[in-house]
Design a protein around this ligand. Structure first.
Ligand code: ADP
Length: 365
């Protein structure tokens, strides 16, 4: 291993880092990031690689480089929303930066020097990617168990209502006192359960690109009532006011279950991301149909994140750790129903999601 390579790399350390920065900062994923977040662990990684070159000079061969800095690098890239391809591009750029700077300094790498340099960068790349994948899998597992926990939670309340009401009916032998009222309770709770199950089926169908459309005459305020009945217990737990302002008598020809699923997702999010205050569900008739809005006084969404909220499985940790499919599914369903979806938000103040649907839509486009 040629000592002049290590010496030149040490002299040119800052130039290598700058060359790397110039290359990677132009990538779309880095566009809105600060210089500090882009540079991140790279200076430490460059030092390790130069160190490895120095050690190879003494030991005449390949050397190991420690994994920690590369792992930290992988971790930070995951948090910033980089994909594996973008992470790989950073290591290719690192290779190019080393070779480019050495080339400008007139240093020609012999085989041993080239294989040590590439070997060290490959090791760092592998450590970064392995860590990235491990953490990504952990995140997905957490999301799935959160999702399951919420599903179980949502099922528990209507099921308890059904069982308690059956018990009351059983004790009320003449069926005169509370019987009819308890039957009503059972019916409402069963409808809530059905809506929950159908909602999950619609989500899976939307994810699989396999939505089915059944047009019927739908009374908007009745659908909203059913949805709000499911979500009222969650609003109560959080002390949030859930307010419905839907004029009676708005009729649409659309798919009732899918419309219910859209409302359920939007109100669910509004409750999830509102620590205190109110969530309103409103509707008004427009020239060609109806405009439904779900508005909250919650934490809002930063303007630079707003365009990405409808993306499936957003990767950035700037977003909350949900299953990450809700709004993408809402968007898919709304366009399936021939409508449009708009999100407006102000950070710290709240958000408003508007769904515009045609009055009649019989053949989905
Ligand atoms: P999930 O909630 O599972 O992460 P969604 O697709 O439902 O996935 O929402 C995407 C992201 O949009 C959320 O992670 C959250 O950051 C943001 N978001 C959605 N609705 C709201 C809201 N009403 N207020 C604030 N942020 C929201």
């Amino acid at each position: 291993m040629d000592p002049s390579v290590t010496a030149e790399c040490l002299r040119q350390r800052d130039a290598i880092i700058e060359e790397w920065f110039q290359r990677v900062s132009k990538r779309p994923v880095a566009r809105s990031l600060s210089r500090l977040s882009i540079l991140n662990n790279m200076p430490g990684l460059v030092d390790q690689i130069i160190n490895a070159l120095g050690r190879a000079q003494v030991w005449h061969g390949a050397v190991d480089i420690p994994r920690e800095i590369a792992e930290e690098h992988g971790e930070s890239r995951l948090k910033l929303g980089y994909g594996l391809i973008e992470l790989g591009e950073e290591y290719n750029s690192l290779r190019d930066a080393f070779l480019g700077v050495l080339d400008s300094a007139g240093i020609v790498l012999n085989n041993a020097a080239a294989s040590t340099l590439h070997g060290a960068i490959d090791q760092a790349h592998r450590a970064g990617v392995e860590h990235y994948i491990r953490r990504r899998e952990e995140q997905l597992r957490d999301r799935q168990s959160d999702f399951l926990a919420r599903l179980v939670h949502d099922f528990r309340s209507p099921l308890s209502t059904i069982l308690a009401s059956v018990e009351l009916i059983r004790r009320d032998e003449s069926f005169s006192k509370g019987g009819p009222k308890n039957l009503d309770r059972i019916e409402r709770a069963s409808r809530r359960l059905l809506l929950l199950i159908e909602g999950q089926l619609a989500t899976e169908a939307a994810l699989a690109g396999n939505l089915q459309y059944q047009a019927e005459e739908v009374n908007l305020s009745l659908v909203t009532e059913d949805v709000l009945a499911i979500l009222q217990p969650r609003a109560d737990e959080k002390g949030i006011r859930l307010q419905e302002e839907i004029p009676g008598g708005i009729l649409l020809r659309t798919d009732r279950l899918l419309l219910g699923q859209v409302l359920q997702n939007l109100v669910d999010n509004a409750l999830k991301y509102t620590p205190v205050g109110t969530v309103w569900v409103r509707a008004s008739e427009t020239g060609s149909g109806v405009r439904i809005t779900v508005e909250d006084t919650g934490r809002g969404i930063a303007p630079d994140l707003l365009p990405a909220i409808f993306d499936m499985y957003r990767r950035s940790e700037h977003f909350s750790p949900g299953r990450g499919v809700g709004l993408a599914v809402v968007k898919t369903i709304v366009s399936f129903l021939g409508g449009t979806l708009l999100a407006e938000s102000e950070l710290g103040k709240g958000s408003r999601f508007s769904v515009c649907l045609p009055r009649a839509h019989s053949v989905p486009t």
